[in-house]
Design a protein around this ligand. Structure first.
Ligand code: PHE
Length: 457
């Protein structure tokens, strides 16, 4: 291995002995733009509390079991996502799960890096103070201007990709992970501060009602699929990221407990983001259904109404950019580990080619609000298509297959052995229940929600 391995790999090679390191890396993958950008905007578009309820249910019934299964398979095989299935089920076609995972990773990176690009642009814009305003018209105009400018959209995305490439090539991802570990708590704190400020705004209670008082009539099959897709996206599952990270897990790591902690912390961050954003949305007269723009137009309004708001806003976008970095490193890890372990490429070569491919595919997402805004497939711009295709089809499909593989090929005895670390953990009784969920409940639930949501029946 070259020195540019990801933090977790480094951790393993150095004999890194703390479970906290693994926890931090896994959490670093889960927490990201999904919490701060996607969760609030989807909750806003899909009617609020009802969506939140389905999302939490999906996280528990589908997200957690899939996450545990994935990490287990990865740790068992200690290989990349294609290699894992070739190893665990030789001479079968199960490795296709890994292939689909690589495809998902690319499509997600394509639009994720563009949203990260907007965040990076906002770091600089907030330094200049040009976007600080509580006038919805002004903050919306500033955002629209950014995303409709093809040159800015591309350049900021390239800056993001170069940044990620730089981190990986300098082999400092361990350093980055260390920094992330220290800065994550700061992000929590800042979200709490913004949340308190937001809740104290006159008229804020309407936002809290929107977020916590479910209107069941708004829960349609389409909404349920969106919520389930968000659960997959949030936990980085159904496409090989958790499997790849699992391959770096230590043998004495308690997988179910780690997954449970990551899931809980991740939900907590999303809730904080919701509490920071929705009260302000209602207080300032923004519309909750503003879509992907929501974060970028409301946050400046909250900060405009706060002492030291200017400074806080810069810090907020810097921390958001850092959170996005941990997630992007884990996304890249999927194709990079497949290319280096399957084709024998050096990690540097694999990283460079992956990033170059992303410059090409990413441009399709970056230009979706400008040059190719009118180019639509299935009624969606390519940005939206990449997002929908991964969250509503590829990741759920990957999730079903991971569950089926675990429940029907890997089977209960090895499942219990692997997850109790050979009987050293006293969790057997839980594991029998978890196995039944993984074998029956999760895959069936994913299938029904997916087909119904896509309008197949
Ligand atoms: N979970 C990350 C987020 O919420 C996104 C992600 C998806 C990362 C899939 C890795 C794999 O921002």
């Amino acid at each position: 291995m070259s020195k540019s391995v990801s933090s977790v790999a480094v951790a393993k090679r150095d004999g890194f002995s703390s479970n906290f390191g693994v926890l931090a890396a896994t959490l670093g993958s889960a927490v990201g733009l999904g919490n701060i950008w996607k969760f609030p905007y989807l909750t806003g578009v899909n009617g609020g509390a009802g969506f939140l309820l389905v999302y939490v249910l999906a996280t528990l019934l589908v997200g957690l079991p899939v996450m545990i299964a994935e990490i287990m398979l990865g740790r068992q095989a200690k290989a990349d996502t294609v290699g894992t299935f070739k190893k665990l089920a030789p001479n079968t076609s199960w490795w296709i799960i890994g292939g689909l995972g690589v495809l998902s990773a690319f499509l997600i990176m394509a639009f994720y890096s563009e949203v990260a690009a907007w965040v990076l642009a906002y770091v600089f814009k907030s330094i200049r103070g040009s976007i600080l305003s509580s006038d919805p018209a002004r903050t919306s105009a500033a955002f629209t201007q950014l995303i409709q400018d093809p040159i800015q959209s591309l350049l900021w995305q390239w800056a993001v990709l170069a940044l990620i490439g730089g981190i990986l090539s300098m082999g400092v991802s361990k350093g980055i992970e260390a920094v992330t570990k220290k800065l994550m708590p700061l992000l929590f704190i800042l979200l709490v501060v913004v949340g308190v400020r937001s809740m104290l705004l006159p008229g804020a209670s309407a936002g809290l009602r929107f977020l916590f008082q479910p209107d069941f009539s708004k829960i349609t099959a389409g909404v349920a699929l969106t919520a389930m897709g968000l659960a997959f996206f949030k936990l980085s599952i159904g496409m090989g990221t958790m499997l790849t990270y699992g391959s770096y897990f230590r043998d004495d790591q308690n997988i179910p407990a780690t997954a449970l902690r990551v899931m809980t912390a991740d939900l907590f961050v999303s809730m904080l983001a919701g509490i920071a954003i929705f009260p302000a949305v209602f207080a300032f007269g923004f519309t909750p259904g503003a879509g992907p723009a929501l974060l970028f137009i409301t946050i400046p309004a909250v900060f405009a109404n706060m002492p030291f708001g200017h400074l806080f806003m810069v810090v907020f976008f810097v921390l958001t950019a850092i959170a996005a970095t941990g997630a992007m490193l884990s996304l890249l890890e999927v194709p990079v580990s497949v290319l280096s372990e399957r084709l024998g490429w050096s990690r540097t070569k694999a990283t460079v080619w992956t990033l170059l491919a992303l410059v090409a595919v990413g441009a399709l997402a970056a230009l979706s609000n400008s040059v190719i805004a009118d180019f639509k497939l299935f009624g969606m711009t390519l940005f939206d298509l990449f997002d929908a295709l991964t969250s509503k089809v590829l990741m759920p499909l990957g999730g079903i297959m991971m569950c089926l593989f675990t429940g029907w090929v890997w089977k209960q005895r090895r499942f219990s052995d692997a997850l109790s670390n050979g009987g050293t953990l006293t969790n057997r009784r839980w594991l029998s229940a978890l196995f039944l969920v993984t074998r029956w409940v999760s895959p069936l639930l994913i299938l029904v929600v997916m087909l119904k949501g896509l309008g197949v029946f």
